[in-house]
Design a protein around this ligand. Structure first.
Ligand code: MN
Length: 289
């Protein structure tokens, strides 16, 4: 057994995106701050409608996947393939932009709390130009696993095995083998979770206090805590309990060239993406099943 430890923290930076939605960006806040295969992690968390009302009007993506996880509030997705999806608390939208999609993400509320995450997950070169795909995953389809030592995890992607019982999340089998867990630990609880050797893993604390590993290195709130390699992770909640994301995936080890919402392997491919977008060649292929 080789325990993972906290090796680097990427603090959350306040920023805004879309038409002026306020959010905190950790991964991806600067081009060098990615963690292969993860490109970006945003948390939006506000009780103030003026922080989110403008939403994210129509915009394109190519070359990767966006994973949106809502904790509070209501957002509506619409895209140029005719998909409409409503995201309510606990729901996930897994959008594989691949060769191109144009969508909007707009709040469907004018008051109250809006809280959730958007993760950008890269695709390998061989899949960047496959047809776009889209999945709405309602909260009821996301299983919860009891963790050894206490606490529980919602399994959004990948699998968790605890006390010999395997819990599969709704998203399985992608090339990057993503693991996406939303973990809830009561005060003082210590849980151990397996993460495959060689996969890049990070932890994002969004409520309470927690520490990592036997050495109990504290995690800052709203920072991406990048972990060393290993096959197991020990998480311990502080006196207020902890809510955190554990996200892991198989690194692609390919060049990343990003221009805003386009993430490809070369500059030429970015130029092609811009040309295809400008000339209306996004979203004209047969849509994925
Ligand atoms: Mn988007």
């Amino acid at each position: 057994m080789n325990e993972r430890t906290l090796r680097q923290v990427i603090p959350g930076q306040p920023t805004s995106d879309g038409a002026g939605v306020k959010l905190s960006r950790s991964l991806g806040s600067q081009p060098g701050l990615r963690f292969d295969p993860f490109l970006m992690l945003d948390e939006f968390y506000t009780d103030e409608p003026s922080d989110y009302l403008a939403g994210f009007p129509a915009h394109p993506h190519r070359g990767f996947e966006t994973v949106t996880y809502m904790l509070d509030g209501h957002m509506q997705h619409k895209d140029n393939f005719g998909h409409t999806g409503d995201l309510a608390p606990g729901d996930v939208q897994w959008m594989t932009a691949a060769r191109g999609i144009i969508h909007s993400e707009m709040p469907q509320q004018t008051a109250g709390r809006m809280r959730g995450f958007q993760l950008w997950l890269n695709l390998p070169a061989s899949e960047k130009m496959k047809p776009a795909g889209y999945r709405d995953i309602p909260s009821a389809k996301i299983p919860t696993a009891a963790l050894d030592g206490g606490g529980r995890a919602r399994v959004i992607a990948g699998s968790v095995t605890q006390s010999g019982v395997k819990t599969d999340g709704p998203v399985l089998g992608a090339t990057t083998a993503p693991l996406y867990l939303d973990i809830d630990l009561a005060a003082g609880v210590s849980a151990a979770v397996s993460v495959p050797n060689g996969h890049n893993a990070f932890v994002y604390l969004y409520e309470g206090t927690a520490s990592i590993g036997t050495e109990a290195r504290p995690l800052p709130l709203r920072g991406a805590g990048l972990l060393s390699d290993g096959d197991t992770l020990k998480l311990t909640a502080g006196a207020q309990g902890a809510r955190l994301l554990l996200i892991a995936g198989k690194p692609l080890r390919e060049p990343v060239v990003q221009y805003g919402p386009f993430v490809m392997n070369t500059r030429e491919e970015i130029e092609q993406a811009l040309e295809d977008y400008r000339s209306g060649r996004f979203g004209h292929e047969t849509e994925a099943a």
